[in-house]
Write a protein that binds this ligand. Sequence first.
Ligand SMILES: C[S@@+](CC[C@H](N)C(=O)[O-])C[C@H]1O[C@@H](n2cnc3c(N)ncnc32)[C@H](O)[C@@H]1O
Length: 257
Amino acid sequence: MSEENKSIHEFDFQLICEYFAGMERQGPGSPEVTVKALSFIDNLTKESKIADIGCGTGGQTMVLADHASGHIEGIDLFADFIDIFNATSRKRNLQDRVRGIVGSMENLPFQNDELDLIWSEGAIYNIGFERGLNEWRSFLKKGGCIAVSEASWFTEKRPAEIDGFWQEAYPEIDIISNKVGQMEKAGYIPMATFVLPEKCWTDHFYAPQVSAQEKFLKKYAGNKIAEELVQNQRHEADLYYKYKEFYGYVFYIGKKF
Ligand SMILES: C[S@@+](CC[C@H](N)C(=O)[O-])C[C@H]1O[C@@H](n2cnc3c(N)ncnc32)[C@H](O)[C@@H]1O
């Protein structure tokens, strides 16, 4: 990659970070859903070790911290997100047990059989659901749990427009029963599966973006990359409102055996 391209790419990266850094969540979810998923986990104590992979700025991590015992390490590729994460942790006086680190989900800094719980909301798609379940399993103790949310089809058949969109964005999207099968095949007992309510997308994810987009476009008036970013987000939101009966996020909770 030439230096020129590299700097354009880095600028892109920075813009994406800035766009999402101001939001409480960088993906669909809600505090209620985090608490509900946590209600299926029964193995935690003050000594437990929890990893929140692809934690973003830590919206869901702080909810986890409020409702679960143990030490939590949030991991994300974007340093700006981790800075916000650690500032929030300090502000909430959680710094002794909730810490964010910059790192990749493809190369996690854990030992085998070290973790009691792996959490990951709206992020495992970056490595792929099956690959993530398989690779991350070795870091869990026997009887340790995994809880991930993942884009899933609700129906066997769906309109070509939305099918095409997802085949391009994330071809690993699949129906819920197939995802549960992949979880079993990877060596987990499926403990629970539930569909995230629509408001996790509408109220908690797309609605806060509307005013943020206006501000962002004003700040970067005439900037093609910023305009394209907003356009893509709006297109994604429009598709969701049009086709939300066919897909959504699903929480998959499993126990290592
Ligand atoms: C859709 S956001 C979800 C963030 C947060 N869990 C939430 O639900 O609000 C996906 C996150 O994965 C992070 N990410 C992408 N690729 C990653 C990687 N290879 N390793 C670690 N984090 C990654 C992104 O920076 C982003 O914060």
